[in-house]
Write a protein that binds this ligand. Structure first.
Ligand SMILES: Cc1ncc(CN)c(N)n1
Length: 223
């Protein structure tokens, strides 16, 4: 049986394929991704992940089901203990300080992606917001699974890859997929269309995020 998440995954497949083939991903695997590009990505992603965690907490306040609430709150904690904690080690290795994190401007794509997720919650519904969170989990898991077999000769990039192929991460992706399918049963057909739009838009922002890092995007370029 085709699930709702199979359906939305299919609708975003061309965007996901472009992420799989993006030079950022190729170079990360080959070990040729310039360190300054990875550094830029990590700093922007720190903002993204911290807002992503807050969104879990805010969505949890708006869902009725106690189990869904608990999963979202556990997800926020899991991010802190897992992905965000792993990144602390990367920051140390690359000499990224708290001052640098605080003083680096948030790039347009990171800003817009985060604002999109808030808009899905505050101008939409918790179900739309849940669908907007899913590509973040699921796309990185697929990338990790694709890259892990060959790995990267760069040990830092290899650790990045392994984060997204780990059993814990894969388990959280499976739970998030289940949560999205359940959320889809709570809304009507029009609500499900909006969930699909939220998912596709997040998928487009995921693709744009790689390019943002390659370009070291700033606000001057968009003016
Ligand atoms: C932009 C983005 N998307 C997804 C992930 C994986 N949680 C991430 N770290 N950053």
């Amino acid at each position: 049986m085709t699930t709702f998440t199979d359906q939305i995954h299919q609708s975003a497949a061309p965007l996901w394929q472009k992420s799989f083939e993006h030079p950022f991903i190729h170079e990360l695997q080959a070990g040729t991704l310039p360190a300054d590009v990875f550094r830029y990505y990590l700093i922007q992603d720190r903002y993204y992940l911290s807002e992503f965690g807050k969104l879990h907490e805010l969505i949890a306040q708006q869902v009725d089901n106690a189990q869904d609430k608990a999963f979202l709150l556990a997800g926020a904690q899991g991010l802190k203990d897992g992905e965000i904690a792993v990144r602390e080690g990367f920051f140390e290795q690359l000499g990224i300080t708290d001052d640098e994190l605080a003083s680096t401007p948030i790039a347009p794509t990171a800003y817009n992606y985060v604002n999109h997720m808030y808009a899905e919650l505050y101008r939409g519904t918790p179900q739309q917001a849940i669908a907007g969170l899913l590509p973040c989990y699921w796309l990185y898991n697929q990338i990790g699974q694709q890259l892990v077999a060959q790995g990267s000769p760069d040990q830092l990039y290899q650790r990045w890859i392994e984060t997204y192929d780990s059993d814990d991460y894969t388990q959280s992706v499976d739970q998030m997929i289940a949560l999205t399918n359940e959320a889809a049963t709570q809304v009507d057909a029009a609500g499900r269309d909006k969930m699909q739009t939220a998912f596709v838009r997040s998928s487009a922002y995921e693709l744009a995020f790689w390019q943002m890092a390659m370009d070291k995007q700033n606000w001057r370029a968009t003016a």
